[in-house]
Design a protein around this ligand. Structure first.
Ligand code: SAM
Length: 273
């Protein structure tokens, strides 16, 4: 955290199982075809569903700033609230490659998402929570907070691991014993496994997350699936057909039955009055 241009709150305390070794592993994953597909599909969905720029966006667990920077480039003011100083350090590094105007639109706040109201304030035009719920023992408290700090009519964007489709990756990779075990696990509402980042993470039934968000005062707008066709490809790098892969993933992930077997669910909700 050496760049004086960045506003970083040091008012931090961490709740839940944050793995501070995540940052380097996540950077490596982000450069693979799977990582790129994930981030590009998310950027596309945010452009489709967020209220237009300029607007204030809070990215809870925003990590290395990939989505925050994409949004700041098109005019949003974005705050990342994340308890891992290494992830915020990656965000800071990534911001160094941007113009002063874009950097000025991004604020980094070190702290737990459960404390977002106190650390970052309320009344956000949009709140994002991508790839965080799977590391928390219980998703409900953070979902309630996301709804509470989003303004009426604002957008809530949540991404997590789809507990109903865990066996697909193992099966397509011909790990048959793993596939059978995971098919058995899928019968439970929540399942913990070692994901591609090498740390335990839990899958949730997207319908349960929708219900929790709705109970917290929001309405569902959309459900996209992320990574239907590419999730089993390990560390394969992107190829020259990346744009076509993205179109295929976007089209499949926007409809049933494909979105239901995608590795990740992406839920968009709006805050009710
Ligand atoms: C897999 S990364 C996802 C980063 C980014 N949102 C993305 O989608 O690329 C998970 C992030 O969640 C953060 N995190 C973990 N527990 C958290 C909590 N209780 N509140 C806020 N962020 C948390 C981690 O520090 C990490 O940056």
């Amino acid at each position: 955290m050496t760049n004086p241009d960045l506003r970083i709150s040091d008012n931090s305390w961490v709740r839940g199982a944050v793995d501070h070794a995540l940052a380097p592993v996540y950077q490596a994953h982000t450069a693979t075809l799977r990582g790129i597909v994930r981030q590009r599909l998310v950027t596309r969905a945010l452009r489709a569903y967020l209220p237009g720029p300029p607007g204030r966006v809070l990215d809870v667990g925003g990590g290395d700033g990939t989505q925050a920077i994409a949004l700041a480039r098109v005019g949003y003011q974005v705050t990342i609230c994340d308890p891992d100083p290494d992830m915020l350090g990656e965000a800071e590094k990534n911001l160094l490659g941007e113009t002063d105007a874009i950097r000025d639109r991004v604020t980094l706040v070190l702290g737990d998402g459960h404390d977002a109201a106190q650390l970052a304030g309320t009344g956000w035009d949009a709140t994002l929570c991508h790839g965080v719920l799977m590391y928390l023992p219980d998703p409900a408290p953070l979902l309630t907070i996301l709804a509470a700090i989003t303004r009426t009519g604002g957008t809530i964007s949540v991404i997590g691991k789809n507990a109903n489709a865990l066996a697909l990756r193992a099966g397509l990779q011909k790990r048959w014993h793993d596939a059978i075990t995971l098919l058995d696990e899928e019968s439970r509402a929540t399942t913990t496994e070692i994901g591609n980042l090498g740390v335990p993470s839990r899958g949730d039934d997207p319908h349960r997350i929708q219900d929790l968000l709705t109970a917290a005062g929001t309405e569902p707008v959309a459900w996209h699936g992320i990574r239907v066709f590419t999730d089993h490809l390990g560390d394969t790098p992107p190829g020259p057909d990346l744009d076509t892969v993205l179109d295929a993933e976007w089209t499949a992930g926007s409809r049933d039955p494909y979105r239901q077997i995608a590795r990740l669910y992406h839920l968009i909700h709006t805050r009710r009055p």
